[in-house]
Design a protein around this ligand. Structure first.
Ligand code: GLA
Length: 760
């Protein structure tokens, strides 16, 4: 992949060719028309299931051994195409029997399986063999449920499929039911296996990171063997994020080529295994992390796996991201398909740290309101004896020294200034130096008689315990009932250690990996139900809890504690491979930044943050009148482009990777009426001009009027030109120097004749 995609030099042809889609030029592939057909169909003659939506067809069949066999996952096929019946592979040799060489949809460990199993069970009699066969199915609209059963034991597995009509993204999961009369232990439990077309030459993209350095895009060939992306941390983690994308090496670019991509919806320890096996099948399987896994499933109980979402496009990695963004907004977020736009937020953390007081916060709130901020958030330090990160977590009562009249005077003031009010909480944690821990030392995760390893001087409350779950819920419920709080920033500042649960029998202790997260989700869901207007941000010391599981219950996420506006370009670039800019909080903070001691202009910091959901985190007490004027103008400007940035189609024009000295992003409104371009120059040298920017995703025949936003364009740039002009001729940005930024807007002034009357 090239970091630089501009009109200049050798890349011009690649950049400027085929930049629009034939049917609906300024939109994504999701809006191409397809013949109407039932999204899920079953052909009883061939025993083939077929799922069709948007530009995707997915097919599986029941073969002669009653196994569920993958048949196809790729571009949409004609309704006239008939899949032949599935036939299992005979096997390669005595070393590789049929079960290993047949691409199976969901396979248990048994019968000589050497590839990754989706399910592995140990029964109380020591038997560990499990062989699943098709039993029955039912189709409900866009959903398919297939029940499989072990050949002798009453172990039932329901495979669940749902295909999204707009994007063709499939959602898969499995439910394991114990209908035997004794408990058994599930040692590996995945949601699904995705089989790619057999072949080599695949490339894997995935995301890696750490605190203050999240969201690095990695690329590597898919070689024979296995790559495991995972978290063993009890939470999503930043080391890997549960997202993958696979394409053919050398055969695709941001706009072209097949990409298979997916993301797991789980905020606990997770695993995605990418295998190229001995017969060159590429399989992607994932679900609960199998490391230290051991879920005791009692007779009559069932275990539901997380959802594993996956999609396909033949329009490159850029479209893969846009499909995910659209899917998240339309199908995942709490108020999908029309989640509210993110308000411009102010958060006091970087200004005050733990030194929050009523007077200090009111002073900041007044200043924030004066620049157009819409939500004021009091961060850490307002509760218990919380004067540093050494004490107070768990004691969720208002600190009377800091807020003598409780939170009410501040909340009222914030509301009277026309802003909503938000509060920071970290409910799953406790400092040993707290009243809560002194009263309930057994409420944390621990192994008796072993050290309790602290992270940021805190321990993890065992949310799997029903009493702890009830306490956390009640504490938050009361907080929200007693105060007019509109928003919670829900933090989580360490990962697990010593994950013991000594209050349950030893063979049930490992259920903590599932039960903890289920209770976390259920608290979020119940709080939202009881307080329907509350909005919640998922934060974990930055971007350590961002996934499609938590996004079903939270309105926005915090990508990183690294708020350096230059570092953020890379962080935001990686983030948006998987997640929509519409949930990506981005604050304008102080300069020099605490992270790198880098000095950046306020204009640069704003333009960096305006590529996501804008916030301000700077110490407003240190701002000059000029700073306030700049901020007021930038925030007003942001409000005019916010819908395009948060809901539009993102094109990465130049990526801040591979040592690129520039980066540029383009956002096209879903209805095509507005286009916003941000351009950044990291450093200039030897008089090289900024590369010409060829826009993408416009209607070639429509006319667009240029509205410079910030920074200058080269003299002679037309004020009005066709989509074809902006895409093929391109636009020159006049940037030179170091850490410079510019932005401009195009407004569509007329539709192309061909599209008149098309309602977006
Ligand atoms: C975490 C968050 C920060 C801030 C602090 C408060 O690090 O990511 O934004 O809220 O906690 O302690």
């Amino acid at each position: 992949m090239t970091a630089l995609r501009s009109c200049t030099g050798l890349l011009a042809a690649a950049c400027c060719a085929a930049v629009f889609l034939p049917e609906f030029a300024f939109s994504s592939q999701t809006q191409q028309k397809q013949p109407a057909a039932a999204p899920v169909q079953y052909d009883s003659a061939t025993r083939v299931f077929r799922l069709d939506a948007a530009n995707v067809t997915y097919a599986l069949g029941i073969n002669e051994d009653n196994q569920l066999q993958s048949l196809y996952w790729g571009a949409r096929l004609s309704p006239r195409d008939q899949f032949p019946a599935a036939h299992s592979d005979p096997g390669l040799s005595s070393f590789d029997p049929s079960i290993d060489t047949t691409p199976l949809e969901f396979v248990a460990w048994g019968g000589g399986l050497y590839v990754e199993p989706d399910l592995k069970i140990t029964f109380p009699d020591g038997n560990r063999d499990l062989v699943l066969k098709y039993l029955s199915h039912r189709i409900e609209g866009d959903q398919l449920f297939i029940t499989m059963k072990d050949i002798s034991r009453a172990v039932y597995v329901e495979l669940q499929y749902k295909i999204d009509p707009e994007t063709g993204i499939l959602r898969r999961a499995a439910k394991i039911e114990n209908r035997t009369d004794a408990p058994f232990t599930i040692e590996q439990s995945f949601a699904a296996t995705w089989n790619l077309p057999r072949g080599t030459n695949y490339r894997l993209r995935y995301l890696t990171g750490r605190w203050a350095g999240e969201w690095n895009v990695q690329e590597q060939p898919v070689n024979p063997g296995e790559t495991v992306l995972q978290s063993r941390r009890g939470t999503t983690g930043a080391q890997n994020n549960p997202w993958f994308a696979i394409d053919h090496q050398g055969a695709s670019d941001p706009d072209h080529g097949s990409v298979w991509f997916g993301a797991l919806g789980w905020s606990g320890s997770w695993e995605i295994a990418i295998e190229q096996d001995q017969v060159q099948h590429v399989r992607v399987s994932g679900g609960f992390n199998s490391f230290d896994f051991g879920y005791l499933l009692k007779a009559g109980q069932s275990l539901q796996t997380p959802y594993f979402y996956a999609g396909y496009t033949d329009q490159g990695i850029g479209e893969a991201s846009r499909l995910l963004h659209r899917f998240e907004i339309d199908s995942i977020l709490p108020h999908a398909p029309d989640p509210p736009l993110r308000p411009v937020l102010y958060d006091s953390w970087e200004a005050t740290e733990f030194n929050v007081t009523e007077a200090g916060q009111i002073a900041l709130a007044e200043k924030a309101a004066s620049i157009g901020v819409e939500r004021f958030v009091v961060d850490d330090g307002w509760f218990g004896e919380r004067d540093s990160d050494h004490a107070g977590l768990g004691d969720w009562w208002v600190n009377q020294k800091k807020f003598p009249g409780g939170l009410k005077p501040l909340i009222d003031k914030v509301h009277s200034l026309g802003m909503s009010f938000g509060l920071w909480v970290e409910p799953e944690m406790v400092n040993p130096d707290s009243k809560l821990y002194r009263e309930h030392p057994d409420w944390v995760l621990y192994f008796p008689g072993r050290p309790r390893t602290e992270g940021r001087n805190q321990l993890v409350l065992n949310l799997a315990r029903p009493d702890v779950r009830a306490w956390v819920f009640n504490t938050l419920d009361q907080l929200l009932s007693n105060n007019r709080i509109d928003f919670l920033k829900w933090d989580y500042n360490r990962n697990w250690s010593e994950p013991g649960w000594p209050q349950v029998p030893p063979d049930e202790e490992k259920n903590v990996y599932v039960d903890f997260i289920r209770n976390y989700y259920s608290i979020l869901a119940e709080l939202r139900q009881r307080h329907p207007n509350i909005e919640i941000e998922s934060c974990s010391g930055g971007g350590s809890r961002v996934d499609l599981g938590v996004m079903r219950y939270t309105d926005e996420v915090w990508p990183s504690d690294n708020t350096d506006a230059y570092d953020r370009l890379t962080i935001q670039n990686g983030f948006t491979y998987a997640y929509t800019p519409g949930v990506m909080m981005a604050w304008v903070t102080g300069s020099p930044t605490w992270v790198n001691h880098r000095t950046l202009s306020l204009q640069y910091r704003f333009l960096s943050a305006m590529q996501g959901a804008l916030g301000v985190g700077a110490n407003l007490n240190e701002w000059s009148p000029d700073d306030f004027a700049t901020a007021r103008q930038m925030i007003a400007q942001y409000k005019t482009i916010r819908r395009t940035v948060q809901r539009g189609l993102l094109y990465r024009l130049i990526q801040p990777i591979h040592g690129s000295e520039q980066s540029a992003t383009e956002y096209v409104a879903r209805d095509g009426h507005q286009v916003v371009v941000f351009a950044f120059l990291h450093s200039s040298s030897e008089l090289y001009p900024y590369p010409r920017l060829c826009l993408r995703g416009l209607d070639p025949d429509a006319m667009y009027r240029l509205k410079p936003m910030d920074g200058t364009l080269v003299a002679g740039t037309p004020t009005e030109a066709s989509g074809a002009w902006w895409m093929h001729h391109g636009v020159d940005v006049a940037l030179s120097g170091d850490f410079q930024a510019a932005a401009f807007i195009l407004e569509r002034v007329s539709s192309s004749p061909a599209h008149e009357g098309v309602s977006p």
